[in-house]
Design a protein around this ligand. Structure first.
Ligand SMILES: [Fe+2]
Length: 310
């Protein structure tokens, strides 16, 4: 999954959510404190690039456009539209979800595996954002907001400050079920969403969001690296062994197997090192970082974001 990497590549400021006053301890965000989704400003986010496996498939493009229209209508109404996925889309999900499930039993963090069950994410059917959103809100006050494609870094990360994750609803092209050049419902639901049920991980994500709202361009780049080596490609210690919790690992067979192969050096997490670690998003990562716990990651990140105010 390389799509989230692209999310990290741009750093123009265009979000309506930047610049507001906020408390770093503001863990819960009430409905009244949430910015209007219709104020989100995006450009060309539902464009399908020419090298996308579905670029020349008119039927696939039409489905994507329809699902994009659901995300657009969310910004007007605030209501998540359930997508009626067709049989072909469900087959893509079943194939990927079943393969990943097997690999995850071996490599995924036990917290993640339990969370996936708790959220009702199954291998036989594509889950709806509306239902996962309802459960998340109860558990950690996190919300999901449908979006029709990639968003620039600051805009995307800033929504985490409100405990909101922007999520795509469309699914990858059936010709290459193991691959997607951009986030899709597999990456969101199997990769990202379960971890937001962890209170420490949810708070940590919110701190990243806070940081994105006040970061200068250099700090934003650093935050992008922190996000990459944790939220996307993070490893965590568990009872003497190492497990995966990063969405880019958990939603890709290739990445997950690679992370535990002898081609990868798994280093203890060090914030200073991570924020200065320049990576190539299109390559498999030769170095990954292992956090001691989600609580530790949260506290280190809190101190780091607080230093932005100095
Ligand atoms: Fe991602």
């Amino acid at each position: 999954m390389k799509g989230a990497a692209q999310q990290m590549l741009t750093d123009t400021v265009s979000s309506a959510v930047t610049g507001a006053e906020f408390e770093i301890e503001n863990f819960r965000v009430s409905d009244e404190d949430l910015p209007e989704f219709k104020d989100l400003k995006f450009e060309n986010i539902n464009e399908l690039h020419i090298d996308h496996p579905g670029a020349n498939d008119a039927g696939y493009r039409a489905r994507r456009d329809y699902i994009a229209s659901c995300a657009k209508s969310f910004r007007e109404t605030g209501v998540i539209t359930d997508v009626e996925y067709n049989a072909r889309e469900q087959r893509v999900w079943r194939y990927v979800a079943e393969e990943l499930e097997e690999l995850q039993q071996k490599y995924a963090s036990p917290f993640y595996l339990r969370a996936k069950k708790d959220l009702g994410i199954r291998t036989d059917q594509i889950p709806q954002l509306s239902e996962m959103n309802r459960r998340l809100k109860e558990l950690t006050g996190f919300r999901l907001a449908p979006i029709e494609g990639l968003v620039e870094t600051r805009g995307f990360l800033s929504w985490l400050s409100y405990r909101v994750m922007l999520c795509t609803q469309y699914i990858r092209h059936h010709s290459q079920p193991a691959y997607t050049p951009e986030p899709d419902i597999v990456h969101e639901a199997i990769g990202h969403i379960p971890m937001f049920t962890n209170p420490n991980f949810a708070d940590f994500s919110q701190f990243i969001g806070h940081g994105a709202r006040i970061a200068n361009d250099k700090q934003l780049e650093e935050l992008g690296r922190l996000y990459w080596f944790t939220v996307e490609f993070g490893l965590v210690e568990h009872e003497g062994s190492i497990k995966a919790y990063g969405a880019g690992l958990l939603s890709s067979f290739g990445e997950l197997e690679h992370a535990f192969s002898d081609k990868v050096e798994r280093r203890p997490f060090d914030l200073e090192t991570v924020i200065n670690h320049e990576y190539t998003y299109s390559d498999m990562q030769p170095i990954l970082y292992v956090i001691p716990s989600y609580a530790e990651l949260k506290e280190v990140t809190r101190r780091y974001i607080e230093s932005f105010n100095c």
